[in-house]
Design a protein around this ligand. Sequence first.
Ligand SMILES: [Cu+2]
Length: 140
Amino acid sequence: MRVLALLILFFGFALSKPKIIVEDPWVRAVPPVSTMSAAFMKVRNAGDEDDYLIGARSEVSKITEIHTTVMEDGMMKMRRVKEVKVPAGGLVEFKPMGKHIMLIDLKRPLKAGEKIRITLIFKKSGEITVEAPVRRMGMR
Ligand SMILES: [Cu+2]
């Protein structure tokens, strides 16, 4: 009994880690003249250790940044952030008017319905690539 309890304790500690699940990713459709867009998703951490989103990449943008939206002088402004904490057991939503993945210098126009590969880079979990459909705002 004691051995079993110790084993559980040991493996419990050994296996303590984040488990990142990216849900419902999508990219905002923009007019062909636009050189910027943004990707949104829910990032869930089903593990028992915090993790941090520290970067992102996409196949359609030259530059990809993590942004947050802040209220400043009564205006909504976007700010680049270095990392976003995804707490153990927590959920962080990237959504319009909030945190988002900024796609800067688009290499080509985005077509509604096509899927874009977005890679999210986490401090502990490494890279996670998802296929995010391009949607118009308000379209599901
Ligand atoms: Cu932005």
